[in-house]
Design a protein around this ligand. Structure first.
Ligand code: SF4
Length: 192
């Protein structure tokens, strides 16, 4: 039986492979960073507002919005809680809210790709695009969720399971600036 993983695992693994070790092999206590706390509060407020807004912002004029969607896929042994799903006659569009004004990083794109896999499996509809809502800028980024991205994520899930099963601690990320904001930095003695 395959180990269940989450979309959050995909996001973190893309940020730094070592995080999967701390979360699944040798769980450690972490404190949420200020950025995480702030993001959560603002996103909650925004979700309340978003319910009253029209879809014009997303260029989708007729559609239903589903909030806080808990998804699980037996096919991928993957779960995740999606901020919002827009359903129109033409397609299904996952939306993730981010408290940042920066263009989405690779980890955020892969996270959205993970949601796309979950939505595809649950609704049996292909997902070709998704959105990242940049809360501070009140802006929306449209992302193509390609087959290649989804295949890469599936490969990544297998890789994560191997790391967990064999209790391998991956090398630290080569982007050391990521370590400065990482909640696991106290445990990476070979970096600091
Ligand atoms: S501190 Fe750096 S190497 Fe350690 S888990 Fe975080 S990002 Fe990875």
């Amino acid at each position: 039986m395959r180990l269940d993983l989450t979309v959050n695992d995909i996001k973190q693994y893309t940020y730094c492979k070592r995080i999967i070790f701390f979360n699944h092999v040798m769980p450690v206590e972490i404190k949420p960073t200020f950025k995480m706390e702030l993001g959560k509060i603002k996103e909650d407020e925004l979700r309340a507002l978003e319910k009253r807004r029209k879809l014009r912002r997303y260029d989708l004029y007729k559609g239903e919005r589903l909030f806080y969607l808990s998804l699980y896929s037996t096919k991928y042994a993957l779960s995740g809680k999606l901020d919002m799903l827009i359903v129109t006659r033409n397609g299904y569009y996952p939306v993730d809210f981010k408290y940042t004004d920066k263009y989405p990083g690779r980890n955020h794109i892969y996270q959205l790709g993970g949601y796309a896999l979950l939505v595809e499996d649950k609704f049996e509809k292909k997902v070709n695009e998704g959105f990242i809502y940049l809360v501070p800028k009140n802006d929306v980024i449209i992302l193509n969720l390609t087959d290649r991205l989804k295949e890469e994520i599936i490969r990544m899930l297998d890789e994560m399971r191997l790391i967990i099963k064999n209790e391998i601690m991956p090398s630290p990320t080569s982007y050391r600036n990521r370590c400065l904001e990482c909640e696991f930095r106290n445990y990476c003695n070979d970096v600091f």
